[in-house]
Design a protein around this ligand. Structure first.
Ligand code: 5CA
Length: 437
């Protein structure tokens, strides 16, 4: 892509309504545009990053055998009345009437709808376990939408639902998802810590929030610093290993505000290990047994032919929130550096075009074509602007690698720079190898 053709409305000024760095950066680089309070359009740059995050989330879900589907955004109130949540959900639910006067709603989550789908087709323990997910827009009429995509009314979420015969099997599904989340966040370049959490309107008595540390986070967290040192790669998807992983995590104190117990914290965590800080919740998993299946009459035959309520859990990842959370974790001293796995482009070519430097321009075009041939997603900054402005702009766009065509580049060697690192002069083959590793 040539920068001059890219729809990327960069603004110089700092938007006054934006209080945290992710919101500021996303508005400044034209990743999003507010449409109304808590509702955003995703412009090409932001959309590209969000889609890359979505794809990683999808791949990790598929890896554990979760099956992708797509449920609608608009739901009927009937099923919510069956579960008893229609009234409980309160004003956060956007309620709508269709032309026949039927009560509809914009789904804030999908426990009811997926239970309805499941009960209409699965009747026997033989079809269990099942793990279904979709990635779909949700709507919650938040009283105070803020911080850009972090807390908005309309947001993009991956939500998965597990169906099992027994509590014991259901805990296995929970553990599998727990580990899958750790792997997902690791691929996104984030260190997410699972914390015992409250279950709120979703319900149940087992729940973990996955939180990344950030001063601007809305969750207050308390943890033993040892939890940050657990190496997740020593576990695997085998049931025994997953059980061990859960034990390892639950043996070290980590809790959000609602679950925090000061006496317990002081008693079991050494003073020098105590971490009290803020974090961003990027995922939340729940085990709630038959909270929905019972009132909704979602029954299956067990091995002896007895009808029992299926045991369910639900598992959410805030895909759109993750764009903001990744910025909070990686934007420092006016420089944004996207993790390679989700960067909007793999590399940017920045030629010095002062006095209409034709030679540099042609050189850049040649490199651009070469990299494209190799399937490298490359951005070429063909805008006629001085280098200092260009660098400032690219510090914001945050593509992690730059090829700078200026005084340090020769005919077949080019200045190559990783953001926040020193540059080196390399051949195009060396650059390709660097980008591929
Ligand atoms: N049904 C369950 C699990 S699928 C559920 O809805 N869980 S949740 O309420 O915790 O939401 C899941 C994730 O969505 C959260 O961890 C968070 O990352 C994201 N999320 C929730 N509310 C918002 C919001 N208002 N704006 C942006 N992201 C949100």
């Amino acid at each position: 892509m040539h920068l001059s053709k890219l729809f990327i409305p960069i603004t110089k000024s700092l938007p006054s309504e934006a209080k945290i760095k992710s919101h500021q950066l996303m508005l400044r680089t034209g990743m999003i545009k507010q449409s109304s309070a808590g509702i955003y359009s995703w412009l090409p740059l932001g959309f590209k990053v969000m889609k890359k995050i979505e794809q990683i989330v999808r791949e990790e879900q598929n890896l554990i055998g979760a099956q992708e589907m797509l449920m609608p955004t608009i739901q009927s109130s009937e099923i919510w009345k069956e579960s008893g949540r229609y009234d409980d959900y309160g004003e956060e639910m956007l309620r709508i009437k269709d032309r026949q006067g039927r009560e509809m709603l914009y789904g804030p989550t999908n426990e009811e709808l997926v239970t309805d789908i499941f009960r209409s087709s699965i009747k026997s323990y033989k079809s269990l376990p099942q793990l279904l997910y979709h990635i779909q827009w949700k709507f919650r009429d938040e009283i105070r939408p803020r911080f850009g995509v972090m807390r908005c009314k309309e947001f993009y979420m991956k939500d998965a639902y597990s169906f099992d015969l027994s509590d014991e099997d259901a805990k296995k599904s929970y553990n599998k998802m727990f580990y899958s989340y750790l792997k997902t966040f690791e691929r996104l370049g984030l260190k997410a810590i699972p914390m015992a959490a409250d279950t709120g309107p979703i319900g149940g008595d087992l729940s973990h929030e996955f939180v990344i540390l950030a001063e601007t986070g809305e969750s207050q967290i308390y943890a033993d610093k040892e939890i940050f040192e657990i190496d997740i790669n020593k576990y695997s998807y085998k049931d025994e290993s997953l059980k061990k992983m859960r034990e390892d995590f639950s043996n070290i104190y980590a809790a959000t505000d609602e679950k925090f117990n000061e006496d317990k914290f002081n008693k079991i965590v050494k003073k020098e290990n105590q971490v009290k800080t803020k974090g961003i919740e990027v995922g939340h998993i729940f085990y709630f047994g038959d909270k929905y299946s019972k009132p909704m009459n979602c029954l299956i035959d067990d091995k002896s032919g007895k009808k029992i309520s299926v045991k369910m859990g639900s598992y959410g990842i805030g895909v759109s929130r993750l764009v903001g959370a990744t910025i909070e974790a990686n934007y420092n001293n006016d420089v944004m550096k996207w993790p390679k796995s989700i960067s909007p482009f793999e590399v940017v070519i920045i030629p010095s075009l002062s006095k209409n430097n034709k030679e540099n321009f042609e050189k850049s075009e040649k490199i651009y074509k070469e990299l494209k041939k190799q399937n490298i997603d490359v951005l070429l900054d063909d805008v006629d602007e001085n280098m200092s402005n260009k660098f400032k702009k690219h510090d914001l766009i945050g593509v992690p690698y730059q090829i700078i065509i200026g005084s340090k580049s020769g005919n077949d060697k080019f200045e190559f720079k990783e953001l926040n690192e020193k540059s080196e002069v390399l051949s195009l083959d060396q650059i390709k190898t660097k980008l591929k590793t």
